[in-house]
Design a protein around this ligand. Structure first.
Ligand SMILES: NC(=O)C1=CN([C@@H]2O[C@H](COP(=O)(O)OP(=O)(O)OC[C@H]3O[C@@H](n4cnc5c(N)ncnc54)[C@H](O)[C@@H]3O)[C@@H](O)[C@H]2O)C=CC1
Ligand SMILES: O=C([O-])C1=[NH+]CCC1
Length: 310
């Protein structure tokens, strides 16, 4: 094995511009059935109310063979002062199957999830978008602000979370305004991001603009919800993977909402980008996103070492 790559090294090279392009490619490859990837294996870790997820993927057309091992321990930040999501990614040579790198997967999880939401927002946000609302004030709240700001400068940004103090801290960091209620935060918002660890709905149909685009990123278990069933059923629903959405997403399963399209099908023009309708991306996270982001990190480290030599 050639490389062990730390979180700092990943952070040093990974940039949203390149990552957003790579995620767009990953979504299309997946929907065109060029990726072999089972729905995530999830093992519960009951004492901490968490889980251990195993996410392998192969894409022979892009020389990708990798796996992410990820944990979600929702009480970590409050109890132990560490991140709630932790991960490693292992990359293998497609030709020989030899392992080529083990890298930190926390930064990649943080950034690739926001980059996928940026891809969806690029196609689905209404014209004249000016206001972004973020529900949740943790790691993904911040990464979503950074990734979505690559698309445009928002005139207004609001943040709501479980406690006003955490919303205020996040809002101060990103130049937004903290709100006391989710309803207040999403009023007139063109783009809404739900990035909470909530397990019951926090966003209602009657609060949102009829043309809003919502990136629904939390609630990745079949009995967890972030979005009200009425809002799910009233929106044009996009998902990263249909197979995963009907197995893993409580928002999809419990509302019985109809899925309109995978993101990859919409990007490649097989399905419409319904920009002027109320749209939701239900994002669960896919293994191919991690493996392709992992390969991007290897490519960027390679480019960096060449630059320093010449
Ligand atoms: N779709 C995907 O690819 C991915 C999804 N996620 C999901 O995104 C969500 C956010 O992740 P992180 O920011 O890393 O977590 P985090 O632990 O850093 O932040 C979670 C935030 O949710 C808030 N929160 C917790 N319970 C709440 C409730 N009942 N109501 C309102 N707010 C509540 C917390 O106060 C905190 O601000 C999680 O559900 C996570 O599983 C994370 C990574 C990838
Ligand atoms: O894709 C991912 O890594 C995750 N999705 C939900 C929790 C972690």
């Amino acid at each position: 094995m050639e490389k062990l790559i730390t979180a700092d090294e990943v952070k040093d090279v990974l940039q949203y511009d390149r990552l957003i392009d790579v995620m767009e490619k990953a979504l299309v490859l997946f929907s065109k059935k060029n990726v072999v990837q089972p729905v995530r294996t999830v093992l519960p870790v009951k004492k901490e109310g968490g889980f251990f997820g195993v996410m392998p993927s192969v894409c022979e057309d892009s020389d990708i063979l990798g796996v992410k091992l990820v944990t979600f321990f929702p009480n970590n930040t409050q109890r132990y002062g560490v991140a709630t999501h932790n991960a490693v990614i292992v990359m293998f040579e497609i030709k020989t199957g030899l392992p080529k790198a083990i890298m930190d997967g926390e930064i990649i999880t943080t950034m690739r999830t926001a980059a996928v939401s940026a891809v969806a927002t690029k196609y689905l946000a209404p014209s004249g978008t000016r206001k972004l609302a973020i529900l949740g004030a943790g790691v993904q709240a911040r990464s979503h602000y950074h990734a979505l700001s690559k698309l445009q400068k928002f005139e207004e940004i609001t943040v709501w979370s479980r406690t006003f103090d955490s919303a205020k801290k996040c809002a101060d960091e990103i130049g937004g305004v903290a709100c006391h209620t989710a309803e207040e935060a999403v009023k007139d918002a063109d783009v809404i991001v739900t990035v909470t660890a909530a397990t019951t709905p926090i966003l209602e149909l009657k609060w949102v603009k009829p043309t809003a685009h919502i990136n629904a990123v939390g609630a990745c278990q079949p009995d967890w919800q972030e979005i009200s069933p009425e809002l799910m059923r009233s929106s044009v629903l996009y998902v990263d993977s249909k197979e995963a959405a009907v197995r893993e997403s409580g928002d999809v399963i419990l509302s019985k909402a109809e899925i309109y399209s995978e993101l990859g099908e919409m990007i490649s023009g097989e399905k419409e980008a319904r920009r002027e309708s109320l749209t939701i991306l239900k994002s669960l996270g896919m293994a191919i996103e991690d493996s392709m982001a992992g390969q991007l990190v290897l490519d960027l480290l390679n480019e960096k070492s060449h630059q320093s030599k010449y």
